[in-house]
Design a protein around this ligand. Structure first.
Ligand code: NAD
Ligand code: TYD
Length: 340
């Protein structure tokens, strides 16, 4: 089935990936009308979307996907739901898993129910490669890899993916799920590896590397993820899952050293700290199904994308100060004190 999404209910687009997607989509497609629901948690900030808030094709609603009645009302005139909203940070899920179950599982359930009640809606679920668990030295995740999530975050995402699957099989809801690898780029909250290391290096603070620093992640620029979602939304086959990734695996320590080199800061800032409990060793995505069926391919060269990302953080230091609230600072101090 190919159709063109027009009236879209988007969720969670005051966060990192969603804000990039929202900006990208408004530029890309002049015909979309977007209703955008975000609860503005610590990770969601209007500062990240202030340039599109007045766009007549974008209506922002502050509200929660856990609010079933609100979600149902907003979905009632949508032809497409794209669900980015989630609690997304693994460390916080270890520290306090409840919000992850409530938002990622119950919130997605509410959206699915709203789409089912409306009828004729395409439902796009933004998921993650972390639902597949951890790889050894060989192989990559395909869409056939069994789900084996290891953290409260990834298990809550896997749970929502299973609900999406069930709504397709049981109720015939027209669903598509994308599972992307680790994203980097502008507007990423400075709790995640790349922006955290940039911020600490800029303040000459220690760069906390978990364990031996040899855990491997597969990095993709957020603009390539946006293009992948927008390829899957009209072209994905109903009920299918599409992995999105850039064939770009790096051990964490190499990323940290590259960032220090770009910033011209010394490697003596690196501090190996106590590992994250249950830390997945390696992620790697086989995205050949998305290449084949969606005609999508990532475009961003990693060296260029990483330098541009550092440049963005250097030029947007006021954004960082405005989004790092007292709540985040309290979490940061406690979490890293416990790992010292
Ligand atoms: P983020 O934490 O930066 O943003 C999440 C957004 O969701 C915020 O705007 C927040 O306010 C909003 N939100 C949270 N709870 C909500 C609720 N109950 N109701 C309404 N809004 C709520 O996350 P991100 O990194 O941009 O990730 C976006 C999506 O992409 C998530 O579903 C995540 O699982 C998935 N994903 C992320 C990555 C990655 O590398 N960051 C990779 C693959 C998939
Ligand atoms: P993160 O950005 O939290 O993404 P995810 O856990 O979802 O992959 O972490 C990326 C990698 O960086 C992961 O292997 C954990 C590691 N990491 C550190 O070594 N130190 C840190 O302070 C953080 C936040 C992450």
């Amino acid at each position: 089935m190919t159709y063109q999404p027009k009236k879209i209910l988007l969720t969670g687009c005051a966060g990192f990936i969603g804000s990039n997607f929202l900006r990208w989509l408004l530029q890309k497609d002049a015909n979309v009308q977007i209703t955008h629901l975000d609860a503005l948690t610590y990770a969601g900030n209007l500062e990240s979307i202030k340039d599109v808030l007045d766009n007549p094709r974008h209506r922002f609603v502050k509200g929660d996907i856990r609010d079933a009645a609100l979600v149902k009302q907003l979905a009632s005139d949508a032809d497409t739901v794209i669900n980015f909203a989630a609690e997304s940070h693994v460390d916080r899920s270890i520290d306090g898993p409840r919000a992850f179950v409530e938002t990622n599982v119950i919130g997605t359930f509410n959206l699915l129910e709203a789409a089912r009640a409306k009828g004729g809606v395409r439902f796009v679920q933004i998921s993650t490669d972390e639902v597949y668990g951890s790889l050894g030295d060989e192989g990559k995740f395909t869409e056939e890899t069994p789900l084996a999530p290891n953290s409260p975050y990834s298990s809550s995402k896997a749970s929502s993916d299973l609900l999406v699957r069930a709504y397709h099989h049981t109720y015939g809801l027209d669903t598509v799920t994308t599972r992307c690898s680790n994203n980097y780029g502008p507007y990423q909250f400075p709790e995640k590896l790349i922006p955290l290391m940039i911020q600490n290096a800029l303040s000459d603070k220690p760069l906390p590397v978990y364990g031996d620093g040899l855990n491997v992640r597969d990095w993709i620029h957020v603009s390539d993820h946006s293009a992948g979602v927008w390829a899957a939304a009209p072209r994905g086959r109903p009920g299918e899952v599409y992995n999105l990734g850039s064939d770009n695996e790096w051990p964490n320590i190499d990323i940290v050293k590259r960032l220090l080199a770009i910033l011209k800061k010394p490697e003596s800032l690196i501090k190996y700290v106590k590992d994250r409990p249950g830390h997945d060793r390696r992620y790697a995505i086989d995205a050949s199904k998305a290449h084949r069926e969606l005609g999508w391919r990532p475009q961003t060269d990693f060296a260029t994308g990483l330098e541009a990302t550092v440049e963005w953080y250097l030029s947007n230091r006021s954004w960082v100060s405005s989004v790092t609230s007292g709540d985040y600072k309290t979490f940061y101090e406690r979490w890293y004190r416990e790992r010292a």
